[in-house]
Each structure stands twice: as C-alpha cells, then as structure tokens.
Design a protein around this ligand. Structure first.
Ligand SMILES: [Zn+2]
Ligand SMILES: [Zn+2]
Length: 810
C-alpha cells in the first residue's frame, strides 16, 4: 500500500515479510474473515482446529494443524460456503500454577502474556480466523458457563461426590484421571502414580456408555483407528454374574466373568484388597497379613497392578467359597491384580485358562483343573462336557439363572469421569456445604463463583483455593447460615468439552449460547487435531453434547461430523523435542522465508494424516518455488490481463490449467491430500514457465488466474499481492473457485498401433483425430513397419481412427 515509495527492484522482487505484514494488517483492519451467522444465503461450514493450551510459543505441530484447517476454511469460502473458523485458548491448567510456584507470577498474568505472544504468532501465519470470537476458558465470562454446565449435570443426577481410590501424583499433589496415567506415571511430570482414598466429584459418563458406543457407528467422517480406540475405551463386554456363597458364613460374593464356560475349572477365588467384604472377613488370625497387604496395594498404580509382566502377589483370607456348580470348596484370597472398580472386584480364578490366574496359581501352588480341550470342547464339566465352549457359555449362564445363582450381564470398561482437582488454576466447582442443608448447588444467579486471588500456591495435598480467607467461608444459599465452599476445581477437560459451542455465540451474557445459533452451526463440519486426543477430549465432548441434546440445548448428539487427525512433525526422521535440541522455531522460519513458504512446505511432502518430516532443504526448495511463481507473474505482466474474456484458445496451456484445476479440486475435496495438490500446482508452473505468451494473451491470463486461485488458500499473502498487482477485482480470497472444463481433460494425443499382417510391429504418439490417409502415411513411414514389409507393396490398409493401422502384404 506504500508501494509508491519502493524502488523498482523492490517492487519486482519477492519480499515475503513486507507483503505478509501488509496483508495481515489489511485483513485485520477490514475484518476480512468475520463470520455473520445471519448470512443464510450460503450453506454453513464450521471448520475447527483443536484450540491450544497457551504454553507460550507455537511449535511446528501447531503450525501444521492450523494451516491444514485454514486451507480447508479458505477453500470452502471460495466454494461459496459461509465459513465459521474461530480460535481461542484452553487456558486453565497446571503449567500456569507451576510457574506461579516457581517464580511468583500470578497464573492469570502468566497465561495472558503467553496468549498475547501466541496470538501474534498465529496472526503472522496468516490464519483466516474470525478474531471477534476469541474465547479464553480461564476468563470469568467463559467459566461461569462451565460452572453452569456442572450445575446442569448436578441437577440431572450426572454429577456426584464419593469416596474413592484415586490416582494420586505426589509431585503434582493432585488427583489424575485414569486417562492421565500413562504406563503408571503422571502424564505431566512422569512421576509414579499411587492410589489414595479421597472424596471426589465424578460425572456419570457411564450412564451414556451405550449411546456413546452406538454413536460411533454414525461417525462416517472419522478415521477408523480413532473409532476403534473409542470403542475399546468404552469396552463393552457381555458376560455372566455368578454368586458364590462363603463357607460357614452368611455371605455371598458376586463374580463377573466373560468365561462362564470355565466355571468347572475355577480352583480359587480372588477379591480386590479394597473389596468391601474383606473387612467382614478379617479375623484375629488373618488381620496382620491382610492389613499389611492392603497397605502395600495402595502404593501400586493401577497399571502396575494389572500388568501381565509383574510378579503376582496375594494373601489367603483363611475362608473358602463354594463353587455353585460343583459344590466344591475353593480357597478365598486377596490379590492386587484384581481391581475393586472393575467388574465386581472379585474374580473366579481358572488357572488352566487364564494367564494371570495361571501365574498366581503357580506361585502359590494352587490346583489346576483343565476344562476345555484343544478343540475347544468342554471336558470334566458335568452335564456340559462335550459342548463347544461358545455354546457352553449360554447354557451355563441359563442354568445359573434358573437355579438362582447367576445371570447374564453387559458390562463396560468405561468408568465415571473423575473431575475434582486439588489445584488452583481451574474453574471452581459451584457447590457449598452447609451444616443444616448439606450439599447445596450455587444458584445460577450467583455465578460465576470467582477464583480467589489471596491464595498460597505452595500448599501441599490440598487445593491452594482452600488457603483463601475470602473464598472458603460463605453463607448457605438455602438457609443463609454459615457454610463453606467446595475448594476443588474442575478438570480442564470439562472446559474443552463444550468450547466449540461457545464459539458459535461467544459474547452471550445470559446463556452459554443461543440455541438457534447452535442449531444453525452444529455439527462442526471439519475438526482437525492430533491423534493424542483420540480418546479423552473427543469422548468427553461427545458425552457433554449428548447431555446438552437431552436438555434441548443442541440439535445434535454428535459434535464433530468429520475428523482429521494430523500426523506429527518430525525433524530429519526424529520426533522434535526440546531435550534433543532438534526443534524448529516457527518464528525463525517466518523471519527467513515468510509464512507462505512455511504453510506451503508443511503441506507439501505427505498427506496430512501421515507424519511430516521437516528438512531444511525442503523449506528452501519451497521458498524458491514461490519465488518462481512470483517471477512468472511479474515478468509476464504485459501478457496478463485478468479482465480479458474468451475467445480463449483451448491449447495445451489451457488444457494443463484445467487438468490442474480438476485434480486439485478433487484432491482437496475428497481427502485433503494437499501434498498431491502441491505437486500438481508445481507441474502447472513448470508448464507455464515454458510458454512464451503474447501481449494481452487471453489463454495465458486465464491459466495464471487459475494458478493464483489454486494457490490462494495455501499461500494467501503472495497470491493476494499478485492479484492486486494484476488489478484483479476485490480480494483473491473472495474469488469463486473456478469450474474445470471437463472437455479439456481429455488428452489431445493418442497412441496408434501399427501392424503388418495383423502383427504389432510399431507404435507412435500422434495428435488425436488424424484422418485415414494421414494415419496411413504415418504407418508407411515407420521404420519397423518398413522393415517387416521388406519392400513389398501393401495389398490392403485397414485404419481404425485414433487406434490402429494394419498393413496387409502378400
Ligand atoms: Zn505429576
Ligand atoms: Zn443451609
């Protein structure tokens, strides 16, 4: 825009940074990508990247994720859609609090400084966001609605508090969800996770297990691997409950098994050390060993306890239970390889047909009793002997049912979602405890329950919120008597389980969002993010959307219609990491080559679903290519006139442009195969570079127009600048995506086969639609044909146009 002050050389050469700053400013000032919900003249398209945690700096994984979504958003806009493409911040969470502990910076200050830096980075990448919709999950105007959501769940009996063994990280001094324990270690700090009993808030996601499972089959636009991961996480199994009486006691123990066919091979029973019946079976004789064992089990993580590798341990209780089928007594043990929360917390052990029972029985010298032979038939199983085991499952379950000691049962691996966190930087749980009224939800009118600022971050084992003098003591909303507030905050996965709805109506102060607007925009048409969120975030978001649907807040149960999980960004084949020192800083790349080059490169080498290998030579090559495009347009300025209308000569330039247009449109439209898009664009540029256009060349102008439009979503700044130089109308990003001329897709050359007396003797490439005598001439001039004619005259020539010439000789 200040181009009049630049010298001629500056005008002519490609200055990425100058151009990019210019257009970024322009797009911001004109709100070029603002979305109006009211625009119903166009079909809607909601494109969403998983919003980031404001860690402080963008990494290349972010650049890839956001570029992919941005190209999709720009492509859809040019294809006539009203596109919603927002960005915001998943800004509650532990690192802000750790920074506060370490350096005394308040979490809010740390967080917003990081956001400011990252926002500037996003803007320098030229992403087409509607920035007016920016949201911050840590800000009161957002978390009051997260609290509203909690209360909706509470009032629907989907939030409850219970004493439960939890995963506890000593180093973070907090509870972790099962999903946050990775191979027995804390997902954040890598410390070993232990088990501890605490009173915690849970969300009853298990009530939705079956619907979440059924919903997976409707997600046609999701990768199969993600759907499988979700199915496995929900983990539906069908099995049998069998009831074993305890010998000489008026007690019974329920066992859940998926292998009722092995009941005759059960030679002992195991209870989880935390099983509530254990207390009733403690005697003066077993007390010492049982309590010692319970204590040590508590220090083991769930993953350790269930590992097949680990040596099994346990202690006998000194009681027997009675196998209801054989009426034999079998000994009762406790062992930590059985978990209280899985099944019924009790296992009928079948050492011959279960790996872990086998290891345990070997160690403690317990009996083995095979009941299935090599061909899968039951043996030594009373009336069921001789049955195939699958058939026996049903018959044994039916027998148990008719005799009153069993029944079939569906079971899910999924357990309720533990949301209490003993941390500061999260949304406070809006609950008050009153001595007279008990647990009281904070009324909607009193939201938000604000995070206090007078807290001691260094406190161990409880939430820093509990140290606030202003926060803890309050009055009961019901009886106005003295009361205390819940001091736990919510898991940040709740904040991110509904943010895609808030983007639709981010400034609403009277409701989380307007129902009609959500009705219009949902579901998200294309969601893009890393596969590391395949289980947690996606499952929680699906759960919350189902709940909101049940309460009439959304018109859909499934929030994300299509999901793209992009691969990782590697550096020379290795995962980028700070510790390896092989990270590439996006800012450096923007500074040296510009954002368009970074965008172009990160899409170029592999499909978005695969890992991408960052190579310095590759980024250099992309920069050179964009410079070539620049030169192609600038050097042929006199030949290009975008205002020229047909007649256009449908020559090879025209054909190549339309072939590229057709191919690119298909590659983006179907699977977002940007790598092949880019190689097609490269071929077109190669072809155009070889032509020598005339002044005001309509066909060349047409081809350049197509090239710039195809490149616009990927290199938005450079194409906008060239569009302006060529005096194109408006912004290139508002141009309609052209339609490929399908007639031009047919190749103009054909291969003709030459035969002598019906035998193939030669071939030639020719122009299509040569006439019979032209083809005959070609055949007779062919060296191979001449050799086989051996100087003899043709007695007959048969010509099949565009295909074949057969010369008959005597
Ligand atoms: Zn930790
Ligand atoms: Zn009260």
């Amino acid at each position: 825009m200040d181009s009049d002050v630049l010298s001629v050389t500056q005008i002519d050469s490609y200055h990425a940074q100058t151009i990019e700053r210019k257009w970024q400013r322009h797009w911001e000032e004109t709100k070029a990508f603002k979305t109006e919900t009211a625009d119903t003249s166009k079909a809607k398209y909601y494109a969403l990247s998983m919003f980031p945690y404001p860690s402080g700096r963008l990494h290349m994984g972010h650049v890839r994720n956001y570029t992919i979504t941005d190209v999709i958003a720009r492509f859809k806009r040019m294809n006539g859609f009203n596109v919603l493409h927002p960005m915001g911040w998943d800004s509650f969470g532990l690192p802000a609090e750790n920074a506060a502990i370490k350096s005394g910076v308040p979490p809010a200050k740390w967080t917003f400084e990081n956001i400011d830096h990252m926002r500037a980075q996003l803007k320098s990448l030229g992403l087409s966001y509607d920035w007016d919709r920016e949201i911050f999950t840590c800000r009161e105007d957002y978390y009051r609605w997260t609290q509203w959501l909690f209360l909706l769940l509470y009032k629907s009996n989907l939030a409850y508090k219970k004493e439960a063994p939890v995963n506890w990280c000593e180093s973070c001094a907090t509870v972790l969800a099962n999903e946050q324990v990775i191979e027995g270690k804390c997902w954040r700090c890598d410390s070993v996770v232990i088990r501890k009993n605490l009173s915690q808030w849970f969300l009853k996601i298990t009530d939705y297990a079956e619907r979440l499972l059924e919903g997976i089959d409707t997600l046609e636009g999701w990768p199969e691997k993600v759907k499988l991961m979700q199915k496995n996480w929900i983990g539906k199994s069908s099995g049998t409950i069998l009831t074993f009486p305890v010998s000489r006691q008026a007690l019974k123990i329920d066992v859940y098994t998926t292998r009722p066919d092995t009941i005759y091979g059960a030679t002992y029973m195991v209870l989880a050390p935390e099983h509530p019946l254990v207390e009733k079976l403690i005697t003066s004789e077993n007390q010492a060993r049982v309590e010692a064992y319970q204590l040590q089990a508590r220090t083991q993580s769930e993953i350790e306890r269930t590992s097949t590798e680990r040596e099994k341990t346990g202690v006998p209780l000194g009681f027997d239970v009675i196998n209801p089928f054989t009426e034999e007594k079998i000994p009762l043990w406790i062992a930590d390889y059985v978990l209280a929360e899985y099944g019924t917390g009790a296992v009928m052990a079948v050492p011959c047909h279960d790996e872990r029972d086998n290891a345990f029985a070997k160690k403690y010298n317990l009996p083995f009793h095979p009941v299935i032979d090599d061909s899968g038939m039951l043996i030594d199983s009373g009336e069921f002997s001789g049955l195939p085991y699958e058939e026996a499952k049903a018959k044994i379950t039916a027998a148990a049912e008719s005799k009153g000691f069993g029944k079939s049962q569906l079971q899910y691996r999924l357990r309720d979602w533990l949301i209490s966190r003993q941390r500061y930087w999260g949304a406070p749980i809006p609950i008050v405890y009153c001595n007279s009224c008990g647990t009281v939800p904070v009324p909607d009118s009193e939201l938000p329950v604000k995070l206090p600022e007078d807290v001691d971050f260094s406190v161990q084992g409880k939430s820093p919120v509990a140290t606030s003098k202003t926060f803890v003591h309050t009055t009961c909303p019901t009886c106005q008597g003295p009361a205390t507030r819940e001091t736990d905050t919510m898991d940040t996965f709740i904040c991110s389980s509904w943010y895609f709805l808030r983007f639709i109506d981010p400034h609403n102060t009277t409701a989380p969002f307007e129902k009609a607007a959500v009705q219009h925009w949902m579901p998200v048409d294309q969601y893009v993010g890393g596969v590391e969120h395949a289980i947690l975030h996606l499952l929680y978001s699906r759960f919350i959307t189902h709940v909101l649907y049940d309460h009439g807040w959304t018109g859909v149960t499934e929030p994300f219609k299509n999901l793209l999980t992009q691969g990782m960004v590697l550096k020379d084949g290795a995962k980028m990491s700070k510790s390896k020192g092989n990270t590439v800083d996006p800012d450096e790349v923007f500074k040296v080559y510009g954002a368009d080059t970074a965008r172009f490169f990160i899409l170029s080498d592999s499909p978005p679903q695969n890992d991408f290998d960052w190579k310095d030579a590759g980024v250099e090559g992309c920069y050179k290519f964009l410079k070539r495009v620049w030169r192609l347009v600038v050097d042929n300025r006199a030949s290009i006139n975008l205002a020229l209308q047909p007649p256009i000569c449908k020559n090879s330039v025209y054909q190549q442009a339309h072939q590229t247009l057709h191919g690119v449109t298909q590659d983006i439209g179907q699977e977002f195969q940007f790598n092949t898009v880019i190689s097609k664009i490269r071929e077109l540029v190669n072809a155009l570079s070889k032509t020598e256009p005339e002044a005001n060349d309509p066909t060349f102008s047409h081809a350049v127009h197509i090239l710039l439009v195809l490149l616009a979503p990927i290199a938005p700044h450079m194409t906008e600048e060239l569009w302006q130089k060529l005096e194109g109308q408006g912004s290139i990003h508002e141009q309609p995506w052209p339609k490929a001329d399908l007639d031009a897709l047919v190749s103009n050359t054909v291969e003709i086969v030459f035969q002598v007396n019906g035998k193939v003797r030669g071939r030639a490439q020719t122009e299509r639609r040569l006439n019979k005598s032209q083809l005959e001439q070609l055949a007779l001039q062919n060296e191979q044909v001449q050799k086989f004619m051996d100087g003899k005259p043709a007695t007959k020539v048969i010509v099949v146009p565009d295909k074949l010439v057969n010369i008959v000789i005597a």
